[in-house]
Design a binder for this molecule. Structure first.
Ligand code: FMN
Length: 202
């Protein structure tokens, strides 16, 4: 099939985010200007630069009790910081719980039964059990075409790596298995990894 998005896809569900898949999940922790805590998953998420290391995520849509966006973007605009926690299989249900349309007062750490730790370089909480967490300072919020679409970019100022995912100084794919989001309600866990040498590299 072929379709132009402006004409509609004619399918029971939008296939777009099932095509751009699998996607890593950035589990974004933030703190409000009032000190409230927030945690939510974003799969429009990726790393975008090495030096300095930078990441991005995109927020689409708005919550009823927020002015044209969601809690995460509001908090990041107010405080200038956020932490990206990576999700593994054992954390899948807690991650899913934090994606609910909860009101701004809800502390998703508490609601999902998650322990928190204070970040080292920014005033924000991180998910203690996460296999890795990236502490970030906001660099840009870019409004995207359409309604309530925002791209958030941040510089990584602190990196936590759980000891058991490092083997001989390298992230070990046999112990580090970040959850990925497929389309619709589907997720994937990585169970097979292979290596390839790049041309011109030994
Ligand atoms: C696996 C997963 C990935 C998600 N990815 C996104 C995303 O990339 N962008 C987005 O706006 N919402 C995404 N959502 C929905 C948000 O998590 C949800 O709207 C949440 O309530 C936002 O919380 P907040 O208002 O505390 O930021 C995702 C949900 C799940 C379960």
């Amino acid at each position: 099939m072929f379709y132009r998005p402006e004409d509609g896809h004619g399918l029971p569900h939008n296939p777009f985010n099932a095509i751009v898949a699998p996607r890593p999940i950035g589990w974004i922790s933030t703190r409000g200007a009032d000190g409230s805590e927030n945690l939510a998953p974003y799969s429009f998420f990726n790393a975008v630069a090495y030096t300095p290391p930078q990441v991005m995520f995109a927020s689409t849509g708005a919550k009823a009790d927020r002015d044209g966006t969601k809690d995460s973007v509001t908090n990041i605009r107010d405080t200038g910081v956020f932490c990206v926690n990576l999700v593994e299989y054992a954390l899948k249900d807690a991650m899913n719980q934090t994606s609910g349309p909860w009101s701004r007062e809800v502390d998703e750490f508490t609601d999902a039964g998650l322990e928190r730790s204070e970040c080292a370089t920014i005033p924000c909480s991180r998910v203690t059990a996460a296999p890795a967490s990236l502490e970030c300072r906001l660099t840009q919020v870019v409004p995207l075409k359409g309604k309530a679409n925002f791209l958030v970019l941040g510089e990584v100022t602190g990196i936590h790596i759980r000891d058991n995912i490092l083997t001989n100084g390298m992230i070990d794919p046999t112990t580090y298995a970040p959850l990925a989001r497929m389309g619709y309600r589907d997720y994937a866990k990585v169970e097979e990894v292979f290596s390839m040498n790049r041309p011109g590299q030994s």
